[in-house]
Design a protein around this ligand. Structure first.
Ligand SMILES: [Zn+2]
Ligand SMILES: [Zn+2]
Length: 348
């Protein structure tokens, strides 16, 4: 064991503050990573404030980790010291269940999340990326294409894969019409991917002010969802809609924009159940789905795709000392479009 610097929350009502945490010495299969950047995901804040009711303290959040390999175990073959590397939402799984066999480790009943999950090695819970280093099993460490900006690449391993995976699953390609509901951390990545896949991309937003940005990010059209006439023009025309809104909203307005066999996939998590009108699904045999991050193989595929197409997240880099303020700004959607912590600030 060794000590790592980190920022942790002591309780659901505490601010994040500097601390020291124990990390394991790398085993044969492990990769030790010096963390250079960590993205701030909205779920970090949900966990820190125990809004999903399963938080264990002290908590070190962070699952959009990018860094450099500092040490590898003797059985590690994919990495060597000096390589860039990334770690997303998962750090382990049983490797034997049907989900793992299908490369869908995110649904493994025995998966270990990057933070707030029982730690099989040290006991207690796992600690995430708001730290200067982490030790992770090689199977859960991702290769980062060398030409990607490391800070901008951090959000790819959560926000990126969360939007990439459902679009792959539902066959978003050239010639398809794709809607993206909500232009935030997730939505802006969805626009970039859908555009790169060659789809006709329409962004739905509640704020007129995001029109220009939607177009800049790669949308072909931006629709202000309050404008019923504008919405009506798109009725029955979409192959696929990705709904990235985590606030309460009328999902039926979007289901009605799908054409026959069209699909709407939810990746946001509104607090209260959404009301769904059955007829919207019956007519046109439309479907409603959910999606959760992606498996390790697909996350690697996504990073490689980003390398080929020069895709990173639009970010605002902050010092870790400004983390609590960043949380408040995130609550007001006052960020374009993801905060990323420069972990060099943790050394200060
Ligand atoms: Zn996340
Ligand atoms: Zn499994």
């Amino acid at each position: 064991m060794y000590n790592a610097k980190a920022y942790s929350a002591a309780s659901a009502t505490s601010s994040l503050a500097p601390t020291a945490i124990a990390r394991r010495d790398p085993t044969e299969q492990d990769v030790q990573i010096e963390i250079l950047f960590c993205g701030i995901c909205h779920s970090d804040l949900h966990h820190v404030r125990n809004e999903w009711g399963n938080s264990i303290y002290p908590m070190v959040p962070g699952h959009e980790i990018i860094g450099r390999v500092t040490k590898v175990g003797s059985a590690v073959s994919k990495f060597k010291p000096g390589d860039p590397a990334a770690v997303g939402c998962l750090v382990d799984s049983d490797g034997t269940c049907p989900e793992c066999q299908a490369d869908l480790e995110q649904f493994c009943p025995n998966m270990t999340l990057t933070f707030n999950s029982p730690d099989k090695h040290l006991g207690g819970v796992t600690y995430g990326g708001y730290s200067d280093s982490v030790v992770v099993d090689e199977r859960f460490v991702l290769r980062v294409p060398s030409k990607l900006d490391l800070a901008g690449a951090a959000p790819l391993v959560c926000a990126g894969i969360t939007t990439y995976s459902p679009m792959r699953r539902w066959g978003v390609t050239k010639g398809k019409k794709v809607g993206v509901v909500g232009l935030g951390g997730l939505g802006h990545m969805a626009v970039k991917f859908a555009h790169a896949f060659g789809a006709h991309v329409v962004v739905f937003t509640t704020s007129e002010g995001k029109k220009e940005d939607g177009l800049r990010l790669g949308a072909d059209e931006v629709v202000v969802s309050r404008n019923t006439d504008e919405m009506q023009k798109h009725a029955g025309s979409f192959d696929f809609i990705l709904d990235a809104v985590s606030a309460d909203h009328d999902i039926n307005a979007y289901i009605n924009l799908l054409h026959r066999d069209g699909n709407l996939t939810l990746v946001g998590a509104p607090e209260k159940p959404l009301a769904v009108a059955a007829f919207g699904l019956l007519f046109g045999r439309r479907s409603l789905s959910g999606s959760l991050i992606g498996g390790i193989a697909e996350t690697q595929e996504m990073l490689d795709f980003c390398g080929e197409h020069g895709i990173t997240s639009d970010i605002e880099v902050i010092k870790i000392q400004d983390i609590n303020e960043a949380y408040e700004r995130m609550l007001k959607s006052d960020v374009k479009y993801r905060f990323v912590i420069d972990m060099a600030s943790l050394k200060a």
